[in-house]
Design a protein around this ligand. Structure first.
Ligand code: NAP
Length: 249
């Protein structure tokens, strides 16, 4: 098993890619601390992981709140005693024409998509340092690499995730902490399904992908697993697109 003995915190684990990552990490032997603002969603995921023999705990969590991060890491300390992996996955997508986006739209998107990553990173690094190192995987987006129509706030926030990843990788590499970003393309999840699977839009997305299909959450989880695992021990500060070749075009 690729994560045997590791403790992993995964945010936004009640749905979509976070849920798939939590399930995969547990299958690979990790103790998963699954967090989400959707308490019932994350409890359901954890119950199902446990029913299959995995080790997981659910914590209600708002990534925008420092106090909520403190609760998460108090639980990690009390239950697991250490931290090896943090996956900053929770995020929101606001699709609205650029000129219609308000300051509040930008502030809300930034609070969740980048402030959340910053807070998680600030809490994780001291714990990982105590433990001799660790791996942080931040979920950005191809919008951080290419720009995306109709999503200015989202695109800018995901660009910030990409940059923060590289800054933290450089600052904390000597503590043996690796920080990488994953950039999903068009992935079918509860967040995206209404657009991705809508007959009027599906072909538009497929036209941009080099491969034949839309992406699936477990295909992103597989990339996150690689970066989180010891197999990626000499990889830090990279941006890994999981996009079926969108950004190769
Ligand atoms: P999802 O199914 O909506 O899952 C995201 C989870 O995060 C939801 O359970 C959501 O809860 C939770 N969340 C929202 N705000 C939160 C907060 N303040 N604190 C803690 N949890 C919060 O979305 P997904 O598609 O799996 O997306 C996961 C990540 O991938 C996001 O960062 C997203 O931007 C990124 N991404 C997605 C795609 C795609 O095609 N799907 C592409 C590129 C990047 P609620 O449902 O209650 O809001």
């Amino acid at each position: 098993m690729r994560l045997q003995g590791k403790v992993a915190v995964i945010t936004g684990a009640g749905s979509g890619m976070g849920e798939s990552t939590a399930r995969l990490f547990a299958k690979e032997g990790a103790t998963v601390v699954a967090t989400d603002i959707n308490e019932q969603g994350v409890k359901n995921v954890v119950e199902s992981i446990r029913a299959q023999g995995g080790e997981a705990i659910a914590v209600k969590h708002d990534v925008t709140s420092r106090a909520s991060w403190e609760d998460v890491f108090a639980e990690v300390g009390a239950t697991c005693g250490k931290l090896d992996i943090l996956v900053n996955n929770a995020g929101i997508a606001l699709a609205k024409p650029f000129l219609e986006q308000t300051e509040e739209d930008w502030a809300r998107t930034y609070r969740i998509n980048i402030d959340g990553v910053m807070l998680g990173t600030q809490y994780a690094i001291p714990l990982m340092t105590e433990n001799g190192g660790g791996s942080i995987v931040n979920i950005s987006s191809i919008s951080a690499l290419t720009g995306m129509a109709g999503a200015g706030a989202y695109t800018a926030s995901k660009g910030a995730v990409r940059s923060l990843t590289k800054a933290a990788a450089v600052d904390y590499g000597k503590q043996n902490i690796r920080v990488n970003s994953v950039h999903p393309g068009y992935i079918v999840t509860p967040m995206s399904a209404p657009h991705m699977e809508h007959p009027d839009y599906k072909q538009h997305f497929l036209n941009q992908i080099a491969l034949p299909n839309l992406g699936q959450a477990d295909e992103v989880a597989a990339a996150v697993l690689f970066l989180a695992s010891d197999e990626a021990n000499h990889i830090s500060g990279i941006e890994l697109p999981v996009d079926g070749g969108v950004t190769a075009k």
